[in-house]
Design a protein around this ligand. Structure first.
Ligand code: HEC
Length: 278
């Protein structure tokens, strides 16, 4: 078992902040070093031990190598893993932590990736009002229940329970063309993947605005308006949305939002084990 003190110090807390479920608060596109702007919205982090792939386009497919991407990305940390290892190896504190975690004081890339993967894997969010309802330990209001029913009718086929994502790549009609960001096609080079992005989990969704891969929507009302009347046609638009979007009246729209509010997990965002070490 790797001590949390070790993994927490390794984890960059400024781009993934706990109080917003480890998304990046108030940033449409995430900032990296020197204020450089990334091209995509920093995703929230939880329940990732179940994910078969990471990033909006699935460009990384194993949790143990995921940290290599932001470390080396010039607009994120702009570091080399070799240099990170040299810095860690110089620190007596880290040497002692590696000794107690792994039985060796030699800091290697593999052990470092393992420690980070352990930490990320332990970030489980399953304590929302919705979870208590599912476990039979709490009730939802009639408005929330109505929202859940509507959600199951209109959204569940992509945002599948209980993780609230089916982990697939899909085009939910944000754009007609994808020249600025081809999404999944950037990884596969297949035209049929153009404009497809990973279906994000909706857990903790009230905390993780702005929304979508480029952070274009500020609130859930705008997201629902998009599904109701903003769907853009294209050859890769998901068939589930190709018949002109989702039809909801104003009451139904607010019922769905009140259901989405039951997905916030206060215990997760205040869990002391995940607090940044100053
Ligand atoms: C056809 C599949 C599909 C359906 C149906 C669907 N979504 Fe989505 N949803 C997606 C995809 C894909 C994204 C990410 C798109 C992107 O950023 O490019 C997304 C993004 C979102 C986001 C933003 C999440 C974030 O972290 O930025 C919210 C909120 C959302 N959907 C809510 C809903 C609701 C509510 C419904 C039902 C009314 C719904 N979705 C129906 C596929 C779907």
């Amino acid at each position: 078992m790797i001590p949390f003190s070790l993994v927490i110090v390794l984890f960059p807390g400024s781009c993934h902040q706990q109080f917003v479920a480890f998304a990046h608060a108030d940033h449409t596109l995430s900032h990296g070093i020197d204020g450089l702007l990334g091209t995509r919205n920093s995703p929230a982090l939880f329940n990732i031990a179940w994910y078969p792939s990471f990033m909006w386009d699935g460009g990384v497919n194993h949790l143990e190598v995921q940290p290599l991407a932001p470390i080396a990305n010039p607009v994120e940390m702009d570091e080399s893993i070799a240099n990170v290892i040299v810095k860690l190896q110089r620190s007596l504190t880290y040497q002692a932590m590696y000794q107690s975690a792994f039985g060796t004081d030699s800091v290697t890339t593999q052990l470092t990736m393992r420690a980070l993967a352990q930490f990320m894997g332990s970030m489980i969010s399953a304590n929302s009002k919705y979870d208590k309802y599912r476990e039979g330990k709490g009730a939802l209001s009639s408005q929330e229940l109505n929202g859940l029913q509507l959600f199951r009718t209109h959204c569940e086929s992509c945002h599948a329970e209980p993780l609230l994502t089916d982990m697939q790549f899909r085009n939910n009609g944000l754009d007609n063309t994808f020249d600025s960001d081809p999404g999944r096609a950037k990884i596969t080079n297949l035209p049929q993947d153009s404009g497809l992005f990973k279906v994000p989990s909706l857990r903790n969704i009230t905390l993780t605005y702005p929304y979508m891969h480029d952070g274009r929507f500020q609130n859930l009302g705008q997201v629902l308006d998009h599904y109701m009347s903003g769907i853009k046609q294209s050859t890769t638009l998901d068939p589930l949305l190709s018949t002109g979007g989702i039809s909801l009246n104003p009451q139904e729209k607010s019922d769905i939002i009140s259901f989405l509010e039951t997905l916030t997990d206060q215990k997760f965002i205040s869990d002391k084990r995940f607090k940044e070490v100053q």
